[in-house]
Ligand binder design. Structure first.
Ligand code: FAD
Ligand code: DLZ
Length: 515
């Protein structure tokens, strides 16, 4: 049977299951830039540019192998605007095709739609497993079944055993599974983070940048300084450079933040991994090899590998296990609209302004910025899950719902009531001050708890605990937090509550014209 093989924008791996067994003479690969995918949320301009250019390069590479590719550009005449429309059009316009083959996609909304395609098309549709992950969804379900709580750490041990990464026989390398306690160092004064290898852009990327500026120029973000690689070779070079230059201190400074330093020692590999230009095992093997060669310490290699075969796989498992009900939960009954500064960056909170700036400039912020600055603010302020989830899905080049949602809805704002993490990551300004230099150039004073110049994270933190006391006091991991709250007098409590209310009620939100 001749097959139409649909490759989605985040399936740019030569080994993706939809391409396996391809018949060069009979089959056609379909790739399509469509408005439905480019606008179901108003993606950051760099995310669209990265994916469109990577898609075009991937299609050209397939063609070089002699594969017949039907590539539909966004502005091509006849573009129907949707993936289904393009599948239907390909069947109508290409003779002799019998069936559709596609690899399962990364978002529930599209998976649901695809489940109805066979009936709509009146043709067989084979939806193949996405085997680019270390843990299959079936294996995750099996691991999860019968457990009262799902904890990443236990899952991670299983992934270490399964892959053999950093294993010494049946035991973890060095005797410990996890070296996280060594990975919370503040940056030393005068620390100069590694510089990044610049990517040279070819005419294909330049054309895409023009297209995006023209069609999506009113989306969040800027295209200035677009720095993403768009081919597997470029992604591999970024990976090699990371292992060589940044990984040695990745562990030490994993949780650090610094003004004007958007990347520190992070890998910046998530966009490539999630689009399929790199695979999780190859980057972990490269990190393990660097450790074995003595180039990087164990806390760095382990810390990095844990993010990839631990967190990344765990998060994906949770998404597919718990959707669609997962997205509807709102355990803390958060109901505040998203403040405008998430888009404009215009706030006197220097830490927030810095993270939004990096997000706008790079379609990137590193994990602690996402979790402990913008995520922590959303948690403390009680931003509605719907609004903050959408923001995170829009603003990062690596964002697809399978990975964005459990990280935001679960890890950052605890809307899932503890599926991803055992307690909310609520923190006052003291945490941000400990891990960054942000507070020293902020108009607010991190040492002040109340008053006009007090750091908002301080009173919002106490207000959060008071607002959610009934729901969270029973959480044994929050015992110390509530003990500290208990030391506050009624007067102090009232003052904190009043200041939080005044601050939050004064935040502009929903301003027309802002996304
Ligand atoms: P590094 O710090 O170098 O880490 C190495 C790799 O580990 C990353 O490339 C990534 O693939 C993986 N990784 C690390 N932490 C996680 C995690 N918690 N979940 C999944 N993978 C992880 N990651 C996304 O890929 N897409 C998202 O949309 C996304 N949204 C997030 C939203 C919030 C609120 C939070 C707190 C985290 C989110 N993350 C997301 C996880 C993490 O922040 C990013 O993967 C990471 O910042 C990407 O930068 P990096 O490649 O430099 O990562
Ligand atoms: C994110 C994205 C964008 C912006 N555009 C396209 C597109 O035009 N064509 C396409 O096939 N995929 C695109 N994608 C990626 C899809 O949204 C992604 O495959 C689904 O969200 C499932 O993860």
């Amino acid at each position: 049977m001749a097959a139409l093989r649909l490759i989605l924008g985040d399936q740019l791996s030569r080994g993706v299951s939809a391409l396996s067994g391809l018949d060069l003479d009979a089959d056609i690969v379909l790739m399509a830039e469509v408005m439905s995918e480019a606008s179901y949320v108003r993606h950051h301009q760099q995310k669209i540019a990265f994916l469109f250019s990577a898609m075009r390069h991937f299609a050209a590479d397939l063609e070089k192998e002699g594969i017949r590719v039907r590539y539909v550009g966004l502005d091509d005449s006849g573009n129907s605007g949707s993936l289904y429309g393009e599948v239907e059009r390909a069947f109508a316009e290409c003779n002799g095709l019998d069936e559709l083959i596609v690899t399962e996609c990364g978002e529930y909304r599209l998976a649901e739609e695809m489940a109805g395609w066979a009936d709509r098309l009146g043709r067989p549709v084979e939806i193949r497993e996405d085997d680019r992950f270390v843990c299959s969804l079936t294996a995750f379900e099996k691991w999860a079944s019968g457990r009262k709580t799902l904890r990443m750490e236990y899952f991670y041990h299983e992934m270490r055993k399964k892959t053999g990464l950093l294993m010494d026989g049946d035991d973890p390398e060095g005797g410990e599974w996890n070296y996280d306690t060594e990975n919370r160092k503040k940056l030393p004064k005068g620390y100069r983070p590694p510089t990044r290898k610049a990517v040279r852009h070819d005419d294909v990327t330049k054309e895409v940048l023009d297209l995006v500026a023209d069609r999506f120029g009113d989306h969040f973000g800027t295209l200035d300084g677009f720095g993403y690689g768009v081919t597997r070779d470029q992604a591999l070079r970024q990976m090699d450079d990371f292992i060589e230059v940044s990984l040695p201190k990745f562990g030490d400074y994993q949780d650090a933040m610094a003004t004007g330093e958007d990347f520190l020692n992070h890998s910046l590999l998530s966009a490539y991994l999630n689009a399929g230009l790199l695979l999780p095992m190859e980057i972990c093997e490269a990190a393990e090899e660097a450790y074995k060669e003595g180039h990087v310490p164990l806390n760095a290699a382990e810390g990095f590998i844990r993010q990839v075969i631990g967190w990344r796989e765990f998060i994906r498992g949770v998404y597919w296990l718990k959707m669609p009900a997962y997205k509807e939960t709102n355990t803390l009954k958060a109901d505040r609209p998203l403040p405008d500064f998430y888009w404009t960056g215009e706030t006197d909170m220097h830490c927030v302004a810095e993270v939004v700036r990096s997000t706008r400039d790079n379609a990137y912020a590193h994990h602690i910025q996402r979790l402990m600055v913008t995520g922590n603010f959303a948690l403390l302020a009680g931003i509605t899950p719907e609004a903050i989830n959408e923001w995170y899905l829009i603003v990062y080049a690596d964002a697809y719902e399978w990975v964005q949602l459990p990280n935001t809805h679960g890890m950052a704002i605890f809307a899932d009531g503890g599926v991803v993490g055992s307690k909310p990551y609520a923190a006052s300004g003291a945490y941000i001050n400990r891990m960054s230099d942000y507070c020293s150039s902020c108009r607010f004073k991190v040492t002040r708890k109340t008053g006009e110049d007090a750091c908002p994270f301080n009173y919002l933190y106490w207000d959060f605990l008071m607002r959610n006391e009934q729901r969270l006091r029973g959480n044994h991991r929050m015992g110390m937090m509530f003990k500290n709250l208990d030391r506050k007098s009624e007067g102090e409590r009232e003052e904190l509550k009043a200041q939080a209310r005044t601050f939050l009620d004064g935040l502009p939100s929903g301003t027309k014209g802002l996304y």
